[in-house]
Each structure stands twice: as C-alpha cells, then as structure tokens.
Ligand binder design. Structure first.
Ligand code: CTP
Length: 402
C-alpha cells in the first residue's frame, strides 16, 4: 500500500448499513499513510458516529456547511482542490441519484461537485434498488462523468443476478486506490491501445444464446497493464463480470461478434496497438426468433448457424505499417503450428498462444501460461505459469520490443 503515503483522500460516507465497513477502510488508508478527510451525510451519522471517524482520521469530521457553535464555514471548493482522490463508500441509491443530478443539498454531494480529482463510488444497497432502472441510469451517468464505480466481482456470467449491491470489501477498495496512485512506467504514454476481451453472446431467442466460457480476465489484465504504462486504452468487451480501475481505460460493452467488429473497426484507425484477446463466437444463429421458441416439438433438428466475421483478420487487412496487431490462440492440440498459421492468415505481428492442455492456463483461471510467436521470424518466447497480471506485463514487454 506504499502508493497511498501522503495522498489526500476524501472519504465520503452516506447512510447505509455498510457504513460500518467505512471504519475499516478509513483505518486501512490512514495506516498506509494517507491523509484522510471524512465527509459524512446527515443520514450517515445514524449509522456511524463522527467520534469514531475523527479519532481514526485525526481530523474533525465534516457533515454540515457550517460548524454550529462557531459558525466556521467549511469550504467544499478548497476541499475539492485539496483532494488527490475522493471515494464515496458506501454510496446509497439516494447519494448516487443526487450526484448524478447535481442535487447539492448536503456537504458530501457539494464536495463531489467541487472535486477536481478522480472520484470513486462503492454502491451499497439491496439488490432490487441496485437493479432498478433509475439506479442503473444514475450509475451510467456517473460513469459517463468519469466516476469509477467499484463493484465486487461475482465471477458469474449472469453477474447482474448475483451479489449486486453489496459494498466492495474495504481491503479491495484500498488496493484499488493504491493501484490508482501507482507510479507509472510511461513507455506507452501518448499511445492508443485497443483491446477486445471476454466472450461474445449470440442470441437465439429472447431467453437463449450461444457463447463460451471466456471470463475476460486476460483482456482486462492487459487493459490495466497498458493504462499503467501510460496508454489511452479502449477496452471492447463482451458480457463478463470483470471491472476496471484505471481511469485511462474507456470501456465499450458489446454483446455479439458483429457489435464487437463495429466497435473495433471504429477505434482501430486511431490506435497504435490492437490486441485481440476476445473469445469471439465463431458462429451465430442464422435467424433471431423475437418470440421464445416453445417446447412443442419432440426434437429440434437443427439451429442453422452462420459464420461470424473474423475481427482480427478484418483489422489485419487494413493494418498500416505504423500499427501493431496482436492476436491470441487458445488451442487444445498442435498449439505452435496453429498459432503460426493464425499469425500469417490474420496478418498479425505477434500471437500469444495459451494451451488448454496446460493446467492453470486458459479460461476462467487467474493464471496463464503463454508462448509468444512473431511475424518477423524472431524466435518465440516461452513463459512459465504466472498470474494474468504478470502475463499481461510480459506481453507488453514483448510489444515494446517490436
Ligand atoms: N478472432 C477474432 N474474430 C473471430 C475469431 C477470432 O477477432 N471471429 C481473434 C481472436 O480474438 C484471437 C484470434 O483471432 O486473437 C484467434 O482466435 P481463435 O478462436 O483461436 O481462432 P479462429 O480463427 O476462431 O480459429 P479456430 O476456432 O478454428 O481455432
């Protein structure tokens, strides 16, 4: 947690039961050497006492615009300028709604509107409130305004059904802030990196689809690595439960291979490096039934499938000399030969092979074991089993050497 030392952090607390976790978060931040100013909503004080918070932070807690007995004015503008980061945890549905709409009727939201630093929110509410369209809309507005929304990873494809609304654990939030303040290797500063990630989902009817087991973890690790090296990142991802933490990452959510192609095509012209880490479904149903297919038939003979566009190959066709295109090959057999064939066929500069035959490599795991092959004929690099974060660093070291 060494990056937090000396950082000015505003910890905003609104009125939810998860406010007890803010005490732990405050303790972690202070222990890491951060200078923390707590701003709490009037409702927040129903859940946690300002005395606890001021004892831990070593500063009076701010809640009102004025201190009642002295008339001292708390300047939200000065506070907004002082902060290196602001984190609102827990953020209730009401605080999120006020932030999204600029309703500055308490010190916390007023400070948010004055903050010049990166703002993080950790929502905490019950599932129904969290999935209500109005909350979804307000969170989308906040994301659009550059706020980083911190949600626990659920590890499920249908993430919207599991565990949403629970506030992320304080340890995780502190880690995220620490990563945000990490000193940057600026080798990719000024470069635009595009990454495709996760699976694609091809709809059969309103309730069924064809997809694969890709978790998106490798692509998201690559996005974080690129951003930490100073790149502007466009991350185009199919449905997955991963979240990003670096504000340099612009995430574009898509569903099908066609949508992914469209988004990738748009971003490609302006990018210096494109990495195709998505597991694109090879086929999609020829027709989409807009009504649920009923179970009236004994057997269904077939669902006719049509070939999806090959995104990597289509970018390979229009690649300029000043652009680097990187692909992945996930193989079960003849790894090296298949990888080299894809490298040529898709006009890639580099391909990363991971084999499902290696334990701990491939889909869903937090680790991967890769080999890297190059189009310019230099010998391949073979790596040992590592965390996907470390693998992402190896991949960018290879790219920087191209
Ligand atoms: N890829 C893509 N669009 C597709 C299929 C693949 O962009 N429709 C990209 C992947 O992101 C990856 C590379 O191409 O970087 C190789 O993907 P892979 O699925 O291994 O290759 P395929 O061409 O689909 O060949 P096969 O399924 O026969 O192994």
């Amino acid at each position: 947690m060494q990056n937090l030392k000396g950082k000015h952090i505003i910890l905003g607390i609104s009125g939810g039961i998860a406010a007890y976790k803010s005490v732990v978060l405050l303790r972690l931040l202070v222990k890491a050497g951060a200078d923390v100013q707590v701003v709490i909503t009037p409702n927040g004080k129903q859940f946690i006492t300002p005395v606890t918070l001021s004892s831990l932070s070593g500063k009076p807690v701010i809640s009102e615009f004025f201190t009642a007995n002295t008339g001292e004015w708390h300047s939200h503008v000065d506070l907004g300028l002082w902060a290196d980061a602001m984190v609102i945890a827990p953020a209730t549905a009401s605080t999120i709604a006020k932030m999204a709409n600029g309703v500055a009727d308490n010190m916390l939201v007023t400070t948010y509107l004055s903050a010049r630093s990166q703002v993080f929110v950790a929502p905490a509410m019950d599932l129904d409130m969290m999935s209500h369209p109005s909350t979804e809309r307000n969170l989308a507005t906040l994301r659009n305004d550059g706020v980083i929304v911190i949600e626990p990873e659920t590890g499920e494809l249908a993430s919207h059904l599991v565990g949403r609304g629970r506030m992320e654990e304080p340890e995780k939030i502190a880690e995220l802030l620490n990563a945000f303040f990490a000193p940057k290797n600026q080798a990719l500063c000024g470069k635009h990196v595009m990454i495709t990630a996760g699976p694609t989902v091809e709809r059969i009817d309103p309730v069924r689809y064809i997809s694969n087991f890709s978790s998106g973890k490798m692509g998201f690790a690559l996005a974080e690595e690129a951003a930490s090296r100073g790149a502007d990142v466009t991350l185009i991802c199919g449905p997955c439960a991963c979240t990003t933490s670096n504000p340099m990452i612009k995430r574009i959510d898509v569903e099908s291979a066609r949508e992914m192609l469209e988004a990738a095509d748009k971003a490609f012209d302006s990018c210096d490096v494109a990495i195709m880490a998505a597991a694109v479904a090879d086929y999609a149903p020829a027709e989409f039934h807009d009504r649920k297919i009923k179970r009236e038939h004994e057997d269904v003979d077939s669902i006719r499938l049509v070939k999806n566009p090959d995104i990597a190959a289509s970018l390979g066709k229009k690649k300029r000399d000043d652009q680097i295109l990187v692909g992945f090959a996930l193989e079960t057999d003849n790894g090296a030969a298949n990888a080299e064939e894809k490298l040529t066929r898709k006009n890639l500069d580099m391909i990363v092979l991971n084999s499902l035959a290696d334990a701990g490599a491939g889909f869903g795991t937090d680790t991967n074991k890769i080999s890297v092959y190059y189009a310019d004929g230099r010998p391949s690099n073979n790596y040992t089993l590592k965390s996907k974060t470390a693998v992402a660093a190896d991949i960018f070291d290879c790219i920087e050497n191209l």
